[in-house]
Design a protein around this ligand. Structure first.
Ligand SMILES: O=C(O)CCC(=O)C(=O)O
Ligand SMILES: [Fe+2]
Length: 690
C-alpha cells in the first residue's frame, strides 16, 4: 500500500495580510510575499532568561512563534519591527533580543529604543544601527501615543537578557503601559530614539517581577526627576542620567507634531569633558518616578478602561456583525486557547485547534458554518480594484501591458460555452544598439505576435469566461462552489518558509494536494484521486477538457497537452492571497489550468527579476522586482490556463481575491517518468482518476 498522506513540496512563499482592526498599513505587516525575512541563526532566538529567578506570576497568555502572536493580537501585528504602530499611533512593542546599551527592564518601568536605522550584521545576523534617526516614524507614533495618553501593550521575548526573571514561553505579553517620555539620544555618534514606558496598573504586583521583590503601592509624589531649563534653547529636559544633565531637545519630529517649536538645540546631548557618554546610567529618581495614568487620561479621576490585553474568542454574534459569512478577516485571525493560553493560528480551514503540544486538554473551536451561494459571494464585499471594474452587462476590461498580445478568439461564444481571451506571453529579447553590439541590459519587446508563431512568444495564457447559463448547469460552477463548502477537503495552511522556530510562517491560503505529488517548496500532503470527493473529480475532468480544447487554439507549438493528474485545491478567506510564485517544477507538463469559484480575484503576472523582459522595475526596489505585465479579473466560474513551460521559467504570478470566500482548483500534469521508482509508482497510482 502506498502512503496516502505522503509529504510533497511546493514552491510558494506564504504570507498573511492581517487587517481589520485597527486598520493596517502595508509596510508594517508581515513582510511582502517575496521578501524573505533576514535569515538569522536559530541560536539568536535562544532563551536568554533561562538562569534568572522565577517570576512571581505567569503571563495571561503566550506564543512560541511570531506569526501566532501577530495573527492573534489586534494591538501587536509587527512582523519585522519591535514596535507596532498604525496610522501614526503606537499600539504595542516587543522587547526581545535587540537589547540596547541603555535599555532598562524593571517591574514597572521599561526603557527601550524605538526602531529604525538598523541593518543585519552580515556575520552575526544581529541588527546594528547604521544610520542616525533624527526623524523616525516610530518616535512620532510614540510621541503621539504619549500625547493622547494611549495604553501600549508590551511583550517580552525570551531573547531579552535584560528581563528580570525567567520567561516561561518565548513571547510573553507583560501588561498595558503608557509612554511617559520619548526622547532622542546619541550613541556612537548616531542619534536614536528612546521611550520610557510605565505600567498602568501599579496597584498589583507585576507577574514578571521576582518572587522575592516586595510590591509597594504607587506613590506619585516622593520620587520626581528634576527638570532643568536649557540656557540655549530655553526648553526643559529631565535629569535622567546620573553622570549629569543634558539638553534632550533634538526635535524635528516633535516640531512636526507641534509638540515643540524649534529644531535641535546646539546644546543637545552635550556633557562636560569628564563624562563618558558611552557609560551613562539612569538616576534613581528617574526610574522610581511614577505618573498617575488615570489623572492624565481623565482628570476627573473616573475609572479608565484599558481594554482586554488578551483577546476573547470570536462568537456567532461577531460573525453576524461582520457580514454573516464566517470567512471574514476576523474569522481567519488566531485565538488564545482557553485551556493553555497559547496563541493559535487558524491552521485548518474549518476550525481552530490549540497549537501547543503541551496543552493538557486539546482545545478545538469552530463557528457554525452556513452554505454561501455563488451569488452571495460575488455580490457581497467584492472589493474589485477600480481598474478592473465593469459597467453592468459589459465584459470586464482586462488591464494588459501593451507588450502582451491579446486576442478575443472566434467564434465569440465558443462551442464549449466559454468566451476565450488568449494572451501571447513574450520571450526574452536582447536589444541591438545602433552599432549592432548586443546590449545586455536593455530589452525590446516583440511587436507582432498575434500570428501565433513561436519565437517571439513563449506560450499563452487563456482566460475562459462562461456564457450566461453554464454556471447553473449540473456540475456547473454554482453547484461546485456549494459542494466545496459542504465537503471536508482537509484544507490546511502549510509552512512556506522558516519552517521551524519562532519565525515559522504559514501560507496565507489553505490548500490540499490531490493526485500525483507536486514537489515544491511548500510542504504539502498529497491524497490519491481515488479518495477524492466527487467535486474534485468533476473539476479535474472539466479542466482537462477545457485545457485540451484551449491548447488546440494555437498552443500546440509550445508543447502538447497531457491529461492532468494533479490538483491543488485552495481556499481563501477575506484578505487571504497567494503571493508571487511560479508553477515550474521540472517534472511538470507545459499546461496549468485553474477554475475560480466564489468571489472575484485579480491574477497578475510579472517577469522574474532575472528575466530580460520588460525593463520596468518597481521604483526603489532592492530586489529588482518588475512591474506586472498582465492582470486579469477572475470571476466565479472563470477558467485560466497557462500553456508553455517557459512562462513558469521567466514569469511569476500572484492571486488576490477581492471578497470573502473563494476557491481555486488548479490542475497540472506531473510526468511520472521524471520520478524515481517508489515515487513514480505512487504518482502513477495516486494520479489515476477513478
Ligand atoms: O488561486 C488561483 O487562482 C491560482 C492559484 C495558483 O496560482 C496555484 O495554485 O499555483
Ligand atoms: Fe500558481
Amino acid at each position: 500500500m502506498t502512503d496516502p498522506t505522503r509529504v510533497t513540496k511546493r514552491k510558494r512563499n506564504g504570507n498573511t495580510n492581517n487587517a481589520s482592526q485597527p486598520k493596517q498599513k502595508k509596510q508594517q505587516t508581515q513582510p511582502a510575499q517575496s521578501v524573505q525575512l533576514t535569515q538569522q541563526p536559530e541560536a539568536y532566538y535562544g532563551n536568554q532568561t533561562g538562569g534568572k529567578p522565577e517570576p512571581f506570576g505567569k503571563p495571561l497568555f503566550h506564543a512560541e512563534k511570531r506569526q501566532q502572536l501577530c495573527e492573534t493580537l489586534d494591538w501587536y501585528r509587527a512582523y519585522q519591527s519591535g514596535a507596532y504602530t498604525n496610522e501614526g499611533i503606537a499600539y504595542g512593542i516587543l522587547c526581545d533580543k535587540e537589547v540596547g546599551e541603555r535599555d532598562y527592564f524593571g517591574d514597572q518601568v521599561i526603557i527601550t529604543r524605538v526602531g529604525g536605522g538598523k541593518e543585519a550584521d552580515k556575520q552575526t545576523g544581529k541588527m546594528v544601527q547604521v544610520t542616525s534617526q533624527t526623524d523616525s516614524r516610530f518616535a512620532k507614533a510614540f510621541l503621539k501615543s504619549k500625547q493622547i495618553v494611549k495604553p501600549i501593550g508590551v511583550i517580552a521575548g525570551q531573547g531579552n537578557h535584560g528581563c528580570p526573571t525567567a520567561l516561561p514561553h518565548y513571547y510573553c505579553p507583560l501588561d498595558w503601559f503608557h509612554a511617559t517620555d520619548v526622547w532622542c539620544e546619541n550613541y556612537n555618534g548616531l542619534s536614536r530614539w528612546m521611550v520610557r514606558l510605565e505600567k498602568i496598573n501599579l496597584d498589583e504586583k507585576s507577574w514578571w517581577s521576582a518572587k522575592a521583590t516586595p510590591h509597594t503601592p504607587p506613590d506619585f509624589n516622593t520620587h520626581k526627576a528634576e527638570v532643568k531649563e536649557c540656557p540655549k534653547c530655553k526648553k526643559e529636559s529631565k535629569v535622567i542620567y546620573k553622570q549629569g544633565w543634558t539638553c534632550l531637545n533634538a526635535d524635528p519630529v516633535a516640531e512636526k507634531l507641534g509638540v515643540r517649536e524649534k529644531t535641535t538645540c546646539t546644546g543637545f546631548f552635550k556633557f562636560g569633558s569628564d563624562v563618558n557618554d558611552k557609560t551613562l546610567e539612569y538616576t534613581e529618581q528617574y526610574l522610581l518616578e511614577r505618573t498617575n495614568f488615570k489623572e492624565l487620561r481623565d482628570p476627573s479621576g473616573l475609572e479608565v478602561h484599558t481594554g482586554p490585553l488578551k483577546p476573547r474568542l470570536p462568537t456567532m454574534e461577531d460573525v453576524e456583525t461582520l457580514g454573516n459569512f464566517g470567512f471574514e478577516e476576523k474569522c481567519k485571525r488566531g485565538v488564545v486557547c482557553p485551556l493553555c493560553g497559547c496563541c493559535s493560528r487558524r491552521v485548518e480551514w474549518g476550525r481552530w485547534i490549540c497549537e501547543s503540544s503541551t496543552s493538557n486538554g486539546h482545545f478545538e473551536y469552530s463557528l457554525p458554518a452556513r452554505i454561501i451561494t455563488a451569488d452571495e459571494s460575488t455580490a457581497n464585499g467584492n472589493d474589485i480594484p477600480r481598474s478592473l471594474r465593469t459597467d453592468p452587462g459589459e465584459m470586464h476590461k482586462d488591464v494588459v501591458d501593451d507588450i502582451i498580445d491579446r486576442l478575443e478568439l472566434d467564434p465569440p461564444e465558443h462551442e464549449f460555452g466559454y468566451k476565450i481571451y488568449r494572451y501571447g506571453i513574450p520571450d526574452e529579447t536582447p536589444v541591438k544598439t545602433p552599432d549592432e553590439t548586443p546590449d545586455e541590459t536593455a530589452v525590446e519587446m516583440p511587436k507582432e505576435t498575434s500570428d501565433g508563431k513561436p519565437g517571439a512568444i513563449i506560450g499563452y495564457v487563456y482566460h475562459l469566461k462562461p456564457n450566461a447559463n453554464i454556471n447553473q448547469q449540473p456540475e456547473g460552477a454554482d453547484g461546485l462552489f456549494e459542494d466545496l463548502q459542504r465537503t471536508d477537503l482537509g484544507l490546511k495552511r502549510n509552512p512556506s518558509r522558516h519552517n521551524k522556530g519562532v519565525n515559522e510562517v504559514l501560507t496565507a491560503h489553505w490548500a490540499t494536494n490531490w493526485g500525483a505529488p507536486y514537489k515544491y517548496r511548500v510542504a504539502q500532503e498529497s491524497r490519491p484521486f481515488k479518495d477524492a470527493p466527487s467535486v474534485i473529480i468533476s473539476a479535474i475532468t472539466q479542466l482537462s477538457s477545457a485545457g485540451k480544447k484551449s491548447v488546440a487554439l494555437g498552443g500546440e507549438a509550445f508543447g502538447s497537452f497531457n491529461e492532468f493528474n494533479e490538483m491543488l485545491s485552495v481556499g481563501y478567506f477575506e484578505g487571504s492571497h497567494m503571493g508571487w510564485h511560479d508553477d515550474g517544477e521540472k517534472t511538470l507538463g507545459p499546461t496549468v489550468a485553474s477554475m475560480s469559484l466564489g468571489c472575484s480575484s485579480v491574477m497578475q503576472w510579472r517577469p522574474k527579476a532575472k528575466a530580460k523582459i520588460c525593463g520596468k522595475t518597481k521604483a526603489n526596489n532592492k530586489k529588482q522586482e518588475k512591474v506586472p505585465v498582465l492582470k486579469i479579473l477572475l470571476e466565479h466560474g472563470d477558467i485560466m490556463i497557462m500553456h508553455g513551460a517557459k512562462i513558469q521559467q521567466l514569469y511569476e504570478h500572484e492571486v488576490k481575491p477581492c471578497g470573502k470566500l473563494r476557491f481555486a482548483l488548479t490542475c497540472r500534469y506531473i510526468d511520472p517518468t521524471t520520478l524515481s521508482g517508489e515515487e513514480r509508482a505512487y504518482a502513477e497510482k495516486a494520479g489515476e482518476l477513478p
